[in-house]
Design a protein around this ligand. Structure first.
Ligand SMILES: *Cc1c(COP(=O)(O)O)cnc(C)c1O
Length: 436
C-alpha cells in the first residue's frame, strides 16, 4: 500500500528518522557523509538522494543541455546529415538520438571494454531491449538465473508473444557441454544466424557462474552470436569482449554511476557490423534519449569505479563474516567465498568481488523475525537496484525451479560505501532487537 503524503508511514517519517539520526551521530565521518542529509523517505518520495542535486552543467563549451533540435546552415547540409545519421560537427542530426555527452560516454565505454564502439540508453533494461531487437533472434539461449526484467522482456513484452523468439533455458552454473546440447537442440529448428546465446554472470540474486569459456567455444564453433549482461562485473572485473563475446551490456545505473543517480545502460560491440545494427536500432526504438546530466555523471564517475568496487568488496566481506557467525544463517551466496561451489570460476573470470551477497536464513526462523530484523536496520535501506553508495537490502524471489534453490528465505545485501564498522554496528543493533 502506498503511503499518502498526508499520512506518512509511522516507521519512517517520525521515529525511524530520529533513530537513524541518533545512530548516525555515533558513526564515523565517511558513513555520516554518505547519509547526509538524512532523507525522510516519505518527503523524498522514496528517493535516497537529496532533492535538487546537480543541476545540469554544460559538459564543455560544446556540451548540449539536452536539446532535440540540431541546426544546419543549409538544407543540403541537413539532407546529407539525415542520410548519414550524423551532423558535420559530430553527433547525430537530431538531438534525441545522441547528444555530444552521450557520444563522449560511448567513446569512453568502448575503450574501457576494448570494443569498436558503444551505444548508451536510458536504462540497463533499455540497452538489453535494444540489443535483442537489433538482432531479432528467433531463439535465445538464456540462463535460468537471468535478471528477471530481461526475461520478462523476452517472454512477455515482445519477442515470444509475437512468435519471434523461442527461449531455451540453461542452468546459471552450466558447463559448456550443457549449453552445447541446447545449441544442437536449437539447431534442429533454427539457423545459427537466427540463434543468440545470452549470458549473465554471476546470476542475479543467487550468483552462479557458468563455464563462460566453454559456452563461448561452443558458440564460436556453431557460428552463433553471444551477448553478455556484465552488470555484476562492470569493466573492472570482467571484459566480455576479451573472452570472445560479441556484445557486452552494462546497466551503468549500478557501479559505473555508483550513486543511484545515473539510470542508463550501455552496449559495447566487438565489430563494426554489430555496432551499426545497434546504432540503427537505437534510432528505431528511441532508447537513445539519455539526459546529458546522466551522461556527464557517468563520464566522470566511471573513473572511480575500480576504487569504489574495492571498497564495496571489502565491506561486503566484513558483512559476510558477521553473518557467518550467526545461528540464523543457513548459507551465504557469493562466489567470492572460498566455500562457494562457484569460487573456482569466480577466480578464473572475475578475480575479485563486489558489493553483493545473498543471505539464506535458517528455514526454522519465522519469517516475521527476519522482517523485524530488516525493518530495524538503520543504515541499510530497503530498495531495489544496487551498486551505489548506500547499503541496501531486498528479498530475493528467483522465478525458477524451486528444487534448484536453497530452502530458507533469501535476502540480497548491497554493501555501500559507509564505514564497514558502522554497518556491522547496525547489524548488531538490529539483531539484538529482532533475532533470537
Ligand atoms: C539492474 C540490472 C539491469 C537493468 O538496469 P536498469 O538500469 O535498472 O534497467 C540489468 N541487468 C542486471 C544484471 C541488473 O542487475
Amino acid at each position: 500500500m502506498p503511503h499518502s503524503p498526508s499520512a506518512p508511514s509511522p516507521v519512517d517519517a517520525g521515529s525511524k528518522v530520529e533513530r537513524r539520526r541518533a545512530f548516525l551521530a555515533e558513526c564515523r565521518p565517511a558513513t555520516r557523509r554518505i547519509h547526509a542529509p538524512i532523507v525522510d523517505l516519505t518527503g523524498a518520495r522514496g528517493h535516497l538522494n537529496p532533492r535538487g542535486l546537480g543541476h545540469a552543467r554544460a559538459f564543455s563549451d560544446l556540451g548540449s543541455l539536452g536539446q532535440s533540435s540540431v541546426g544546419f546552415d543549409t538544407l543540403a547540409d541537413y539532407e546529407a546529415a539525415d542520410e548519414a545519421g550524423r551532423a558535420p560537427y559530430g553527433g547525430a542530426e537530431y538531438g534525441v538520438v545522441q547528444s555530444p555527452e552521450a557520444e563522449a560516454v560511448c567513446t569512453k565505454f568502448a575503450r574501457l571494454h576494448g570494443g569498436v564502439g558503444a551505444i548508451v540508453c536510458g536504462s540497463g533494461l533499455a540497452a538489453i531491449a535494444t540489443v535483442l531487437d537489433a538482432f531479432a533472434p528467433k531463439v535465445i539461449l538464456i540462463p535460468d538465473g537471468i535478471y528477471f526484467p530481461a526475461w520478462r522482456y523476452m517472454s512477455e513484452a515482445n519477442l515470444a508473444e509475437t512468435g519471434r523468439a523461442a527461449l531455451l533455458t540453461y542452468p546459471a552454473g552450466a558447463s559448456g557441454a550443457e549449453v552445447g546440447a541446447l545449441i544442437r537442440e536449437a539447431g534442429r529448428t533454427f539457423a545459427p544466424g537466427e540463434t543468440m546465446i545470452y549470458l549473465e554472470a554471476p546470476a542475479s540474486g543467487t550468483f552462479e557462474i557458468p563455464d563462460i569459456a566453454g559456452i563461448v567455444d561452443e558458440a564460436r564453433r556453431a557460428g552463433i552470436r553471444t551477448v553478455m549482461d556484465n552488470t555484476w562485473g562492470s569493466h573492472v572485473r570482467f571484459r566480455p569482449l576479451d573472452h570472445g563475446i560479441g556484445i557486452a551490456i552494462q546497466a551503468t545505473t549500478k557501479y559505473e554511476g555508483g550513486y543511484g543517480d545515473t539510470p542508463s545502460g550501455v552496449a559495447v560491440a566487438r565489430d563494426e557490423a554489430d555496432l551499426a545494427r545497434l546504432r540503427r536500432q537505437l534510432r528505431i526504438g528511441g532508447h537513445g534519449a539519455v539526459s546529458p546530466q546522466t551522461c556527464t555523471r557517468l563520464f566522470h564517475r566511471v573513473d572511480s569505479a575500480e576504487s569504489r568496487l574495492a571498497r564495496h568488496e571489502a565491506a561486503a566481506a566484513s558483512l559476510m563474516r558477521w553473518f557467518e557467525g550467526k545461528a540464523v544463517t543457513a548459507d551465504i551466496l557469493s562466489p567470492a567465498r572460498a566455500a562457494s561451489p562457484h569460487h573456482a570460476r569466480f577466480r578464473q573470470y572475475f578475480g575479485a568481488g563486489n558489493s553483493l551477497f545473498t543471505v539464506v536464513f535458517d528455514e526454522g526462523l519465522p519469517v516475521g523475525r527476519i522482517h523485524a530484523f530488516v525493518d530495524a536496520l538503520l543504515l541499510f535501506r530497503v530498495a531495489e537496484s544496487w551498486g551505489g553508495h548506500v547499503s541496501l537490502v531486498l528479498p530475493v524471489h528467483p522465478r525458477r525451479d524451486p528444487a534448484s534453490l536453497p530452502k530458507g528465505a533469501m535476502f540480497r545485501f548491497n554493501a555501500g560505501l559507509e564505514e564497514a564498522d558502522d554497518l556491522i554496528a547496525d547489524l548488531d543493533q538490529a539483531a539484538r532487537a529482532a533475532l533470537p
